[in-house]
Design a protein around this ligand. Sequence first.
Ligand SMILES: [Zn+2]
Length: 345
Amino acid sequence: MPVEAFVENREPLPWYQELQAKLVHLKITEGLAHSLLVGGPAGIGKVHLAKSLAFALLCRQKGAVACGHCSSCRLVLAGSHSDLRWVHPEDSQQIRIDQIRQLVSWANQTSQQGGLKVAILEPAERMNLAAANALLKILEEPASDTFFILVSAMPMGLLATIRSRCQQVPTLRPEQDQALLWLNEVLPDTDEGELHTALHLAAGSPLSAYHFLLEGRSRIQVEMLELLIQLINGRVNPVKAAAQALDKTHPLDIYDLLYWLFSEALRHYLYDSARPRLSRALEESIAAFVQVFSVKQLLLMNDQVISARRLLTGTGNPNLLQLLESLLILLFEEAHKPAAATLVE
Ligand SMILES: [Zn+2]
């Protein structure tokens, strides 16, 4: 199923059904602020929630979920509802001042369909200062029929004055079982082990896992894990492994995977019994790391991963191959130190 089918879906994601029902009820009892800030981790469906909520607020039936049949719903489905606005970075990385000016002018007009007007801004932290200040003016004096839904994975990146104008709508990751159930529903042909793997590599964020699987990155990560195991078992040398890894995937993905592996291995030492269920590929990789490395080594290598990642995302222009080679050489050397795997080394 194409991703648009979810993005445009009128129904909230299963883990937000209750939250959306509460928000719609608040609107009916006039307890809903005119500016909402939907904040929470990336990849859990905040934009979807903003859209399904906007859809429900515009629906003539005034239910917790948009009916999909009334005149308003039909316009939303056709993408031509004049009282619904979606503001997001267009050709640049930022939401620009002219986009907000257009929004202000739209907000000052009366509703064309005779109902509410709803605008979604996402990601809200991408507004530049001029845009944020222009928005602040309409948030300060909202029209009684207009609602603004700001969505942000980094709410602290917004102006404090904007945050304080908004009713906070914090969102959480769904439970693992619920996320897996949903993934299984939307990707029925994908193997369950693969769903587990993708969900874990996406730190429990189901929509991130969904994109991960769609783009085939999950399979690449499993291949990367196999390569790392070969490296620590001495079946491939670090220089060759670095070249192979960079051939397969983006360097940031490699460092993220390593960071995740070291963190999971450390967690294994600390909270052996409390670990969640993982796919077999992940279990085996973590077990191999735990068997070979001590806590001290894991911490040392994790520091190196963090430094390398910082170099990659900084303004410099590091040699990607050299950077990864030196990290994998360290990994190889640490793995082949005698009697490495002791907790208190
Ligand atoms: Zn409707």
